[in-house]
Design a protein. Structure first.
Lengths: 121, 111
């Protein structure tokens, strides 16, 4: 069965950095695009970024562009999110999700349990 | 505010039918991009409920159905059950933003 397990969340000061990881199992990781989606406390879902299966293509939400970097290691079945210059408004649960669909019409068919990132002094 | 607009809340009694709307614009739903729906039970991660406007993943009961017309989409739930109480989100792609977009979410209360 598909399993996605995030780690790396925690408390960080404004301006600080954090690296999230997502360990995937139960499917051929290198065949799928992958994505990060976040949810601020008590708020809705916000797409953050996705990466192609071979890492050749990435896309970011404007709110994180230039500060966050998505990457993957297909040999380790792992997805990453490097978050720099963190702001209070980045406080959220970050979900790793598998991407399905075609071209731009992607959707997220499996989600991890999420990891909480809190940005506060 | 979200690019896709959903009502903040809907409610219904057990056994009833409810619908949740998702209104977009000419740069997302109206441009022909597919709409997908997710269910988020309290304290859990979202789960894919409907993909490609009207398709159900394996394991999703046929009480859940999706449709799309013009710049809007709808999720219908028939035979409402207590376990359906959750937040529901629509999702599509926006060509102006060149980004995946979600609706603001709708909280379903089963009375």
């Amino acid at each position: 069965q598909v399993q996605l397990v995030e780690s790396g969340g925690g408390l960080v000061k404004p301006g600080g950095s954090l690296r999230l990881s997502c360990a995937a199992s139960g499917f051929t990781f290198s065949d799928y695009y992958m994505s990060w989606i976040r949810q601020a406390p008590g708020k809705g879902l916000e797409w953050v970024s996705y990466i192609s299966s071979s890492s050749s293509y990435t896309n970011y939400a404007d709110s994180v562009k230039g500060r966050f970097t998505i990457s993957r290691d297909n040999a380790k079945n792992s997805l990453y999110l490097q978050m720099n210059s963190l702001r209070a408004e980045d406080t959220a649960v970050y979900y790793c999700a598998r991407v399905d669909g075609k071209a731009l019409e992607v959707y997220f068919d499996y989600w991890g349990q999420g990891t909480l990132v809190t940005v506060s002094s | 505010q979200s690019v896709l607009t959903q009502p903040p809340s809907v409610s219904g009694a057990p056994g009833q039918r409810v619908t949740i709307s998702c209104t977009g614009s000419s740069s997302n739903i109206g441009a022909g991009y597919d709409v997908h729906w997710y269910q988020q039970l309290p304290g859990t991660a979202p789960k894919l409920l409907i993909y490609g406007n009207s398709n159900r993943p394996s394991g999703v009961p046929d009480r859940f159905s999706g449709s799309k017309s013009g710049t809007s989409a709808s999720l219908a739930i028939t035979g409402l059950q207590a376990e359906d109480e959750a937040d529901y989100y629509c999702q599509s792609y926006d060509s102006s933003l060149r980004a995946v977009v979600f609706g603001g979410g709708t909280k379903l209360t089963v009375l």
